[in-house]
Design a binder for this molecule. Structure first.
Ligand SMILES: Cc1cc2nc3c(=O)[nH]c(=O)nc-3n(C[C@H](O)[C@H](O)[C@H](O)COP(=O)(O)OP(=O)(O)OC[C@H]3O[C@@H](n4cnc5c(N)ncnc54)[C@H](O)[C@@H]3O)c2cc1C
Length: 420
């Protein structure tokens, strides 16, 4: 049956943070939802991330000044922002548009757009918990820590200028140690931010899957989607376990979304921004997220372990775990923390953030298509903005909203020869 203007069935491709949340809100609208994942749920950038739910801190990576620091880091494998020195057409395409967006006015517009999307983020996490998503949320806020009072003041002013009203006064080294005794000598200044939360993203993924299963979402794991095509008002998704047809499709395969959309003749300017994390043994860990801003490292207490995460590596090889990046995180974080047993490091992980040149997601119809939608490009914010995005996708697919100009996929889409 042709779903026409009253679609009933939806295929969501990719069970990462965006796919899971989209499936949840689409199901709540009454759609028959099939969720297709090539590996296991959360198999992309979801499970090992830093767990920050931080809508008031959302900002694009493309900021004035970031380009010069990246260029300085090209030949330094230990820098926080690292561009892998193996130029290819995708990287050139990404960086050339990234440069255009790294201006003060575009950065400010990006901050505003992200604030709009994330305005209901915290409430949505509470709603999900109330609806049975069984995951603990740490609501103690964040402690930002710096090597000098100057950089603490600079970042606090920026955070406030970006609209984060809960950034507190500057704290001295002694005040920091009083709040989190695990801080080391490198922690010389900082400030607190209340009202930003953390969650263990891996538990969030598992809890979402349980709720989706209970609500009747059909879940297909181990099915790699190879292509998508529209056929007489229906969408046909080709996968390693056969074709799945539905009235609508939502491509939410993270940084891999472009490979799938290209099969329908549209390539998206997404590039992998790889980040790393690991867990450590620690007898007296912090009680809340500690953000080592000068080191660009997040330290997140989770249930039974502490995750240390960081770095932004622009590298087209999505899955390669570069041990130099892990070593860079250890070296950068070590002066700020005491009591960490670095030798009891485990669960080393790499994930590829789906980066867009302007730092904003791509949410809307795939250009030139009527029944195929895209929801990806969440950069460093896919956990924070997952539930808000899922709700927005449900509004778009059900026709309550036509488009969101700031996130329209046309920004970074180009026609390519369709497969087959
Ligand atoms: C180190 C690190 C720390 C981070 N910390 C935070 C944080 O604290 N807070 C925050 O908000 N964000 C954070 N992020 C960013 C966040 O993890 C990403 O923005 C988010 O995971 C993107 O979600 P996604 O669903 O678009 O992509 P993914 O989570 O990557 O999910 C895509 C899914 O699609 C599947 N897939 C791919 N190709 C196919 C195919 N052909 N067929 C079927 N399935 C397919 C993948 O297996 C995967 O499961 C962090 C990222 C990293 C790397």
């Amino acid at each position: 049956m042709d779903g026409g203007s009253h679609p009933r069935s939806i295929v969501v491709v990719g069970a990462g943070l965006i796919g899971l949340c989209s499936a949840y809100y689409l199901r709540r609208e009454g759609f028959e939802v099939t969720l297709v994942e090539r590996s296991r749920f959360g198999g992309g950038a979801a499970r090992g991330n830093a767990g920050e739910i931080c809508p008031a801190l959302a900002q694009p990576l493309a900021a004035p000044g970031v380009v010069s620091s990246a260029v300085a880091g090209i030949y330094r494998p230990d820098s926080a922002l690292h561009i892998h020195p193996s130029p290819n057409a995708g990287l050139v395409r990404f960086l050339s548009r990234f440069l255009v967006n790294a201006t003060a006015s575009r950065y400010r517009a990006g901050v505003r757009a992200l604030a709009l999307l994330g305005a209901d983020a915290l409430r949505r996490f509470d709603d999900l918990r109330a609806a049975g998503v069984d995951v603990e949320i740490n609501k103690k806020g964040y402690l930002y820590v710096f090597g000098s009072a100057g950089s603490a003041a600079r970042v606090r002013d920026l955070v406030r200028a970006n609209g984060c009203a809960t950034a507190g006064r500057l704290l001295t080294a002694a005040e920091l140690a009083e709040r989190e005794p695990c801080l080391g000598d490198g922690a010389r200044a900082g400030f607190e931010i209340t009202d930003e939360w953390t969650v263990d993203p891996s538990r969030f993924v598992d809890a979402m899957v349980s709720v989706l299963e209970a609500s009747g979402v059909r879940i297909v794991e181990g099915a790699r989607v190879s292509g998508v095509r529209e056929d007489g008002g229906r969408v046909v998704v080709g996968s390693s376990v056969g074709e799945i047809a539905a009235d609508r499709a939502v491509l939410a395969a993270g940084v891999w979304t472009s490979e799938i959309s290209a099969s329908a003749g549209i390539a998206l300017n997404l590039f992998p921004g790889k980040g790393y994390s690991f867990s450590v043994g620690w007898d007296e860990p912090p009680s809340r997220l500690v953000k080592l801003e000068d080191a660009r490292v997040a330290v997140t207490p989770m249930d039974g372990h502490v995750r240390i995460a960081g770095t932004m590596e622009l590298d087209r090889d999505h899955d390669r775990l570069n041990h130099a990046r892990i070593a860079a995180i250890v070296n950068a974080a070590r002066p700020y923390l005491r009591g960490v047993d670095w030798s009891r490091r485990h669960s080393e992980w790499v994930g590829a953030r789906p980066m867009t040149p302007d730092g904003l997601p791509l949410i809307g119809r795939l250009p030139g298509h009527r029944s195929t939608y895209v929801a990806t490009g969440h950069n460093m914010l896919g956990l924070t903005l997952g539930p808000s995005t899922g709700a927005l996708v449900a509004e778009l697919v059900s026709g309550r909203r036509e488009r969101v100009p700031e996130f329209r996929p046309e920004r970074f889409a180009r026609a390519v020869r369709a497969a087959g």
